[in-house]
Design a protein around this ligand. Sequence first.
Ligand SMILES: *[C@@H]1O[C@H](CO)[C@@H](O)[C@H](O)[C@H]1NC(C)=O
Ligand SMILES: *[C@@H]1O[C@H](CO)[C@@H](O)[C@H](O)[C@H]1NC(C)=O
Ligand SMILES: *[C@@H]1O[C@H](CO)[C@@H](O)[C@H](O)[C@H]1NC(C)=O
Ligand SMILES: *[C@@H]1O[C@H](CO)[C@@H](O)[C@H](O)[C@H]1NC(C)=O
Ligand SMILES: *[C@@H]1O[C@H](CO)[C@@H](O)[C@H](O)[C@H]1NC(C)=O
Ligand SMILES: *[C@@H]1O[C@H](CO)[C@@H](O)[C@H](O)[C@H]1NC(C)=O
Length: 265
Amino acid sequence: MKLFMLLTFSFCLLYSQVIHGLKINDLDGPELVTLDKHTDNKTIDLDCDYELSESVPYLLVKWFMNNNLIYQWIRGKQPSVLPVLRDYIELRKISDDPDHEYSGLTLNNISIQLNGTYKCSVNAGHKYKSVEKEIHIVDLRQYEVEFHARKVQNETHLECIVNNIFPKPIINMVSNDPMAIILKDNPSTVLRENSYFNVTQTAVASNAESEESFDCFVSFESLPFNISAREVAAQLEAGTDAASMLVNPQFVVYVLFVISTLLMF
Ligand SMILES: *[C@@H]1O[C@H](CO)[C@@H](O)[C@H](O)[C@H]1NC(C)=O
Ligand SMILES: *[C@@H]1O[C@H](CO)[C@@H](O)[C@H](O)[C@H]1NC(C)=O
Ligand SMILES: *[C@@H]1O[C@H](CO)[C@@H](O)[C@H](O)[C@H]1NC(C)=O
Ligand SMILES: *[C@@H]1O[C@H](CO)[C@@H](O)[C@H](O)[C@H]1NC(C)=O
Ligand SMILES: *[C@@H]1O[C@H](CO)[C@@H](O)[C@H](O)[C@H]1NC(C)=O
Ligand SMILES: *[C@@H]1O[C@H](CO)[C@@H](O)[C@H](O)[C@H]1NC(C)=O
């Protein structure tokens, strides 16, 4: 009896979701888009992956960004783009299937203005379903990183400056010496008018060996990659005059991009 009820229930569920009407599988698109110096006019394709299992009298697909309507398409009609993202949305037929013709969204002229949460909603007959996805844009096109290590007696004063970057960077400095203790200060963060960030992080390392090197890592909250700059602390004797201890200015900064373009949350 229980089994029978369970079966009936499962069947009803299946019937209501798949056999009868509308099902949304996913919002297909990238979770992370990285703009760097080699990026040339990228586009982002977003697809609302829905299935209609019967013919419906009416089909309306809407797209939202941060809950603002940006695009809508009624089956059989031309799609319309709302002013918010007019300069970014390219009208494109994505399928010959009349139920999907203009259901997708193509974004070009990618910039940090497109960072946000996207939602597609489908009204089919009297059924309604929607799905959301976060798209993170990281802009490294203009960013600068500067990293200094300066020995002052038995301490090393570290300063890592990251400018013109989006989103807000998290700066961590590490030493190649496992015995070194690094104490970070609070970062000084400037959110600029153009929405980019300038952040300076200082720290003090103690117990350092004389030939110690440091890395400055730049990462972003909940994003799976970092950028790093390395500084080899100058080989200075403890006890010399602090003023003469400024690290040699042609410090080695190598910036390695450890970027995986696909996120695996
Ligand atoms: C980017 O490419 C699209 C076509 O894919 C074009 O319409 C647009 O003008 C280009 N944007 C820039 C800034 O070149
Ligand atoms: C992208 O930018 C270019 C140049 O700024 C502009 O001509 C084009 O219309 C924009 N693309 C869209 C889809 O609006
Ligand atoms: C970028 O968009 C994501 C997804 O909506 C959001 O979590 C994040 O706070 C946004 N970043 C900034 C700096 O606004
Ligand atoms: C941020 O950094 C850039 C590049 O170093 C600099 O030109 C700009 O003045 C800085 N802005 C602020 C508000 O600190
Ligand atoms: C630096 O050296 C002095 C004298 O040797 C010592 O007292 C002090 O604790 C050291 N400081 C650190 C941070 O290791
Ligand atoms: C930076 O990325 C590398 C490679 O993905 C990883 O091994 C390392 O732990 C990361 N470092 C920091 C400080 O986030």
